[in-house]
Design a protein around this ligand. Structure first.
Ligand code: ATP
Ligand code: MG
Ligand code: ZN
Length: 516
């Protein structure tokens, strides 16, 4: 007897439909799983056997072959347990075949027969829709997420027994429909800019970064408020569109971070520790999982204490920062994870952080080595380099609360609206579009040319200043980029006195537009 149950396996952030075929043959009782099954799938037979017994059902005494098709695709994960169990029971005649033709099934089994959640339920539900299956059977923890997909009915099964009762005897109450994709509440106590006193310059840079999607580096001594500022960036970005939220949910689900959750509706903020490895940052491992840069998709990736990261780790970031996606080559093919995020980094100017003040005791060589840990090419992909001087105690004591994030977010949203009409934020405008829409007026061009001359702006630096100036004009609600916008843009290349980030093309001279 043969039976087939449809399930799915992950490929990147997509799920691929997999037919679980079970054949009961004569011969010595055994269970063999074929079809490029990875270790986790091969272990499935033990769990399935135990779960069927624990449910009080008969495990067929036969030579059982489980084939996972298409055979050339590697199958991983524990989600095949439930479909394998159901296919075995159906092949044995314990379940009507007709019921199986309508469903896609996904779930791990415990030895006691409970259905456990797996990664990638939303992607599997998409695969079900593509395969024109009416119903998806998943663990209750996976149901709110799977229900985000339109046109498929999601049924939550707590146990193997519930799945059998639903499919066999039509006991629908054993597998309740979950119709509402749950929407996660907006993050509670999202840190607010009103807590930041003074620091007008750094706050403004944060606003420019949010408006144009510009990567940002905060540069300054300990306690200056760099970390505090960076954490407030997601709060001034516009809310996620539904489509973006679905993309974010997919990545988080594939990473196993959305078990029990529904739609991820807020912009992610990821702050990996500096001990993170390259696979931790861009994805990898076995089974393959997305890395931090993908978990930050449509949100913010914060690299605190940038020079503490291993150089090799930072190097792998270059491609995703450029292309907005991670491409991983594996023997079985190429996988892609989305990685369109805003990078915010922070660094001290020297090991002790007090460089430029009399209290710094670091040797010149140490300072150079420290700064040299961050590669020039990475810094080149950061449009805004912002010095954050320590806020003076008087300001901390006196100054009234800063402008709240809500007010800043409003200006950011308006600027983004203007940028959307050009097809892309200024940070990602194609060269031709940049030339066409960000060409400064005559005064602005004069200032820019003088900067090229005096500061030794590289071609890349020139390009960056123009992008940033475009965003500043958009924040002002102005179509033509003018000298005042260029002048402000030139300031976001400045650094703490006497010290400059490595690879910085203005390293020879602290640029200040008034000096030009
Ligand atoms: N402008 C400010 N307004 C209010 N509080 C501030 C400000 N700047 C710093 N603080 C206070 O100082 C603390 C330290 O700031 P933060 O951790 O952001 O500094 P940092 O620049 O990241 O330092 P480090 O280089 O040591 O990581 C904050 O938690 C906050 O309480
Ligand atoms: Mg910090
Ligand atoms: Zn020092």
């Amino acid at each position: 007897m043969q039976q087939t149950v449809l399930s799915a396996t992950l490929r990147g952030v997509d799920a691929l439909a997999v037919e679980v075929e079970v054949d009961l043959g004569t011969g010595l009782p055994s269970v063999t799983i074929v079809g490029l099954a990875e270790a986790a799938v091969r272990e499935s037979r033990l769990r399935v056997q135990a779960a069927i017994a624990a449910t009080g059902l008969v495990f067929p005494v036969a030579r059982i072959t489980v084939n996972l098709a298409p055979a050339h695709v590697k199958k991983d994960g524990t989600g095949f347990d439930l479909p394998i169990a159901l296919a075995i029971l159906a092949a044995h005649g314990a379940l009507p075949a007709a019921a199986l033709a309508e469903v896609l099934v996904l779930g791990e089994l415990s030895l006691a027969g409970d259905v456990r959640p797996v990664r990638g339920a939303i992607a599997a539900a998409e695969a079900a829709r593509a395969a024109r299956r009416r119903t998806v059977l998943v663990a209750p923890e996976n149901a709110p997420e799977a229900a985000l997909v339109q046109d498929v009915e999601v049924r939550a099964v707590r146990t193997l027994g519930d799945a059998v009762a639903y499919l066999g005897a039509g006991q629908h109450e054993r597998a309740p429909v979950v119709s509402e994709g749950a929407v996660a509440q907006p993050r509670a106590n999202e840190p607010d800019l009103r807590d930041v006193k003074g620091q007008a310059f750094a706050r403004r840079a944060l606003e420019v970064a949010a408006a144009g999607g510009h990567n940002l580096l905060f540069y300054g001594g300990p306690g200056a408020g760099k970390t505090m500022l960076a954490r407030r960036l997601p709060g001034i970005l516009p809310g996620l569109s539904h489509g973006e939220a679905l993309e974010v949910t997919r990545v988080h689900s594939v990473a196993g971070l959305n078990i029990g959750g529904g739609l991820v509706a807020h912009r992610p903020f990821r702050a990996p520790h500096h001990s993170t490895t390259p696979p931790g940052l861009v994805g990898g491992g076995n089974p393959l999982r997305p890395g931090e840069v993908s978990l930050a998709h449509h949100g913010v990736l914060f690299l605190d204490e940038l020079p503490e990261f291993a150089r090799a780790t930072l190097e792998v970031l270059r491609e995703p920062l450029e292309g907005g996606e991670v491409v991983l080559s594996r023997a079985t093919g190429t996988l892609r994870y989305p990685a369109r995020c805003l990078l915010v980094a922070s660094m001290n100017p020297c090991p002790c952080g007090r460089h430029g003040s009399a209290r710094c005791r670091c040797l010149a060589g140490d300072v150079r080595r420290y700064q040299g840990r961050v590669s020039g090419p990475l810094l080149d992909r950061i449009d805004l380099h912002v010095a954050v001087p320590p806020v003076d105690l008087a300001a901390l004591d006196d100054e009234a609360a800063g402008e709240p994030s809500d007010a800043v977010a409003l200006r950011v949203a308006r600027a983004r609206e203007r940028q959307r009409s050009r097809g892309a934020p200024a940070s990602r405008l194609a060269a031709a579009a940049l030339e066409e829409t960000a060409r400064p007026d005559a005064e602005g061009r004069k200032l820019l040319l003088r900067a090229v001359d005096k500061l030794g702006l590289s071609a890349r630096g020139y390009d960056r200043v123009r992008r940033v100036a475009r965003t500043i004009a958009d924040l002002a609600g102005v179509e033509r980029v003018a000298a005042v916008h260029v002048a402000e843009a030139l300031q976001y290349r400045a650094t703490v006195e006497g010290a400059h980030p490595p690879g910085h093309d203005a390293a020879r001279q602290p640029p200040h537009p008034t000096a030009l």
